[in-house]
Design a protein around this ligand. Structure first.
Ligand SMILES: [Zn+2]
Ligand SMILES: [Zn+2]
Ligand SMILES: [Zn+2]
Length: 520
């Protein structure tokens, strides 16, 4: 019996392993039904994966799907990237550290998901033969893993490179001729599944992460008193009812890796650096401010997830960049702030890594605490400057000073968190006010009406009783309380942005006007 195409596609994820075993690419686990299959699978699972039961398989499959060598490689990368850690590594860790450091960008971006996925698919196939899992559940997991691999890589070739990187990490950097030959064959042989099955084949699988939908930070809006009723699109939490910036969700921020602004921003930063330094040295505040505004504007464009949703709107972004630039200016031109910066750099240079019993590297807590105190001292001084120079008052959402402090410290905390032991990490988060209460909630579908953003046309999920809300697509604050405007061209029912009376229909571009009489 031949499997349908999407199942054969899932099997192709473990094609290198099948090739190495001399198996068949169109058969579950690489083998058809014969008197040796079950014994071979049981033996292979026990010998290479320590799997001898249903429970063993469950924990191995869970590890391969959720963590795998991807998690190990990323943990090693963040500890290996810390200066001072190198002399404390053993030979095995050292060889692996070289692999991750040489492939830094790939490890950060995709990990070694191809390697973990290939092994998961192979293990599930063998386990179905061994009787540790039913065939249907095995296929379900394989297809889900396949859909995720499709989102992560863009071709069988990039999947193969990801596989080889994972193998290198596992093998401590040692090459493996048979693997290289298998990959060569799979990428060139016209009969290979990687040649006959298109990478973008529609597997018919849609993955929804239920956790992301249901757990979010408990927030009460300081402006209108409403409780946040559904998860926020980014760490910057906007009120569902009045559109005010209500909170900052640090856990949400940690759910995605720290945004990197990319080459365009880096080039601009490099070009502006001498200008900024010259302006500071000569006391030219205007030139300094202008360069900082340009830089922060570029950052907000490059990293939309690291800035408030509203920064997608040009008018807001201009105010936001001016606010951040002013903060940079008042600290750059303050002698005490510069002293505190120097103290911070000094403390940073004294950080040392320590190896835990588990083999992971964590920062020496005392050296870290000295840095943390230096950062807090610097932050306290900056806060006083911001207060007196009116920087806090420039925050375009009108956020409280306390909320602004939390937001400014969060990137710092997010960056160091993986390198701290549990107690130290907890202490840091508590002192920075980044620990929050979480609520479990449904997505609240019955409380939500659908609307359309008058600025960009995106669909809006409007909470019942809401007056203003932020459009997640364009970042504008939308008036969802007033009567909607019906487009005379296309008939769309639109909610205009706050304070906007004349606007173009986002769909058909006809000029529309909100009539005062129908607002009441
Ligand atoms: Zn509110
Ligand atoms: Zn919009
Ligand atoms: Zn229209």
């Amino acid at each position: 019996m031949a499997y349908p195409e999407h199942q054969r596609w899932a099997l192709a994820l473990s094609a290198v392993i099948t090739e190495l075993n001399g198996g068949h690419h169109d058969a579950l686990g690489g083998w058809g039904e014969n008197e040796h299959t079950r014994a071979w699978c049981k033996n292979h699972l026990a010998k290479f994966y320590g799997i001898a039961s249903q429970a063993d398989l469950a924990s191995m499959a869970k590890w391969l799907y959720q963590e795998g060598h991807t998690k190990d490689a990323r943990a090693l990368l963040s500890s290996a990237a810390q200066a001072g850690a190198s002399e404390e590594r053993d030979a095995e860790t050292d060889a692996r550290a070289r692999v991750v450091l040489d492939n830094r960008e790939e490890i950060e971006k995709r990990g070694v998901l191809a390697w973990d996925t290939a092994r998961l698919v192979a293990v599930l196939g063998w386990s179905a033969w061994a009787g540790y899992i039913g065939e249907i559940p095995a296929w379900e997991v394989m297809l889900m893993a396949g859909a995720r691999a499709q989102q992560t890589y863009d071709s069988w070739e990039s999947f193969a490179r990801g596989y080889e990187l994972g193998r290198l990490f596992w093998a401590e950097g040692a090459p493996h001729e048979p693997t290289a030959r298998a990959i060569e064959k799979l990428t060139t042989d016209p009969a290979s599944p990687w040649k006959t099955l298109a990478w973008n084949f529609d597997l018919g699988v849609k993955i929804l992460d239920p956790n992301a939908k249901t757990r979010f930070k408990k927030t009460t809006c300081a402006a209108c008193g409403a409780a946040k009723s559904r998860p926020s699109a980014t760490a910057y939490v906007y009120c569902d009812f009045c559109g005010a910036l209500a909170d900052y969700d640090f856990q949400r921020a940690c759910a995605t890796p720290i945004a990197r602004p990319g080459p365009v921003y880096e080039a601009l930063a490099a070009a502006l650096a001498p200008k900024i330094e010259a302006a500071r040295a000569s006391g030219d505040r205007e030139a300094f401010r202008a360069a900082q505004i340009e830089l922060f504007d570029a950052f907000a464009r490059a990293c939309p997830d690291a800035t408030p949703l509203r920064a997608r709107d040009e008018a807001y972004r201009a105010k936001y960049a001016a606010y951040l630039a002013e903060g940079a200016l008042v600290t750059a031109f303050d002698d005490r702030a510069r002293e505190l910066d120097a103290a911070m750099r000094d403390a940073m240079s004294k950080l040392r890594g320590e190896k835990l019993d588990t083999g992971e590297i964590r920062l020496n807590p005392n050296a870290w605490r000295a840095l943390f105190e230096a950062v807090l001292a610097r932050e306290a001084h900056a806060a006083a400057l911001f207060e007196s120079a009116g920087v806090y008052a420039m925050q375009p959402d009108g956020a409280s000073a306390a909320l602004q402090k939390r937001m400014s410290m969060s990137m710092f905390a997010q960056g160091w968190l993986p390198m701290l032991d549990e107690t130290t990490a907890k202490d840091m988060l508590t002192r920075l006010g980044l620990v929050g209460d979480f609520v479990e909630g449904t997505s609240g579908k019955e409380e939500i009406a659908k609307g359309s953003c008058g600025a960009c046309g995106a669909e809006l999920a409007v909470a019942r009783g809401a007056r203003r809300m932020i459009c997640e697509q364009c970042g504008r604050k939308i008036d969802v309380e007033g009567a909607r405007v019906t487009c005379s061209g296309c008939g769309a029912s639109l909610s205009p942005a706050e304070g906007v009376d004349a606007f173009a229909c986002p769909y058909c571009k006809i000029e529309l006007r909100r009539v005062a009489a129908i607002r009441a």
